[in-house]
Design a protein around this ligand. Structure first.
Ligand code: SAM
Ligand code: SF4
Length: 313
């Protein structure tokens, strides 16, 4: 079975936010004082699993768990264990995670044992003071220990770094050298305009086109045909042993190859990262509707998936 949208894009990738909570407060993502949702507004693990099952039956092959911070959700391993069992008899090929890595040391072994072979870790700086500044109170050593534990358990780690003017723009080559020593692929991401943060005015958007040109002078990149199911363009260099990725939602729109939709922790299915239209699955799940009805609503959502996002810098 294949799930396609109105523009015939094959949709095989589902991102599921399993919690709105987080153990950090990155200044570009959250306010310092957050009012998190009451528990009953967030989907239960059973509801998440049922929704995932319907997507899998319709053709989804890859599920990425995210948040908030996915590893703060109690019983996340139980959900992963149940999804992992489906790999042997359904379309599902991969379960993966995007995490800040701060709790990874505790979870790495169990994640691996439950079929998680790759994870993305978000890390914007490898300078302790700067890490504390951007996460408000995070401890960089926890992330380093988490990365080591993941590597020890043979989980492939990719680092994602959001680039900001006046914060980490000057540390890009340091990050590349560090990742290269550890043999971790590294992807740079443009900061996206999000509401509900109190991001300092001095930290601004940087176009990755500019960063790419500067790095290309140093590394003389070759375009790689390596593709994950994500929107990153990858490059290799004779000077490096890793791939460097660039995700550029603003300076280079990648919507024509979009293969994904995302579900929020409250069960809203968003068809596009940069648009606000959603279909609310929480009430559908809680009103004891049939799986056929859920699938019909998923198909409807895809029939109205927009052609492109409309972020404005
Ligand atoms: N807590 C996990 C983490 O940090 O990896 C998962 C959730 S977090 C919202 C997922 C990703 O979104 C992280 O890589 C984070 O850096 C990125 N992110 C958050 N706010 C962003 C923004 N305004 N622009 C670009 N990326 C952002
Ligand atoms: Fe938490 Fe991730 Fe947002 Fe940082 S980016 S506050 S770690 S959810």
């Amino acid at each position: 079975m294949q799930l396609v949208d109105q523009f015939l894009r094959k949709i095989n990738y589902l991102r599921v936010s399993i919690t709105d909570r987080c153990d950090l407060r990155c200044i570009y993502c959250m306010k310092e004082k957050m009012n998190f949702l009451p528990k009953n507004e967030v989907l239960s693990l059973e509801e998440i699993e049922r929704l995932c099952n319907n997507f899998i039956e319709l053709g989804v092959e890859k599920i990425r768990l995210t948040g908030g911070e996915p590893l703060v959700r109690k019983d996340i391993l139980h959900l992963i264990e149940n999804l992992n069992k489906k790999k042997s008899f359904t379309n599902l090929k991969e379960i993966t995670l995007t995490t800040n890595g701060s709790l990874l040391k505790k979870f790495a072994k169990d994640l691996k044992n439950n079929g998680v072979n790759r994870i993305n870790i978000s890390l914007d700086t490898i300078i302790k003071e700067k890490y504390k500044e951007i996460t408000r109170f995070g401890n960089l050593d926890n992330v380093f220990e988490g990365i080591e534990e993941a590597i020890k358990n043979k989980i492939k780690v990719k680092i994602n770094t959001v680039v900001f003017k006046n914060f980490n723009e000057d540390q890009i080559t340091n990050l590349i050298n560090w990742a290269n020593k550890k043999l971790l692929d590294l992807t740079f991401i443009e900061v996206m305009p999000m509401s509900d943060t109190d991001m300092p005015r001095h930290m601004q958007f940087v176009s990755l086109d500019k960063i790419f040109k500067e790095l290309n002078n140093i590394y003389n990149f070759d375009k790689s045909d390596y593709q994950t199911s994500g929107p990153s363009n990858y490059y290799t260099s004779e000077k490096l042993n890793i791939k460097i990725g660039f995700i550029t939602p603003l300076s280079n729109n990648f919507c024509s190859t979009c293969n994904r939709v995302r579900v929020s922790s409250t069960g809203k299915l968003y068809m596009c990262l940069g648009q606000n239209e959603f279909v609310d699955f929480r009430e559908i799940l809680r009103n004891d509707r049939s799986d056929d009805y859920i699938k019909e609503k998923i198909r409807f959502a895809l029939s109205v998936k927009p052609k492109r996002h409309d972020f404005i810098i």
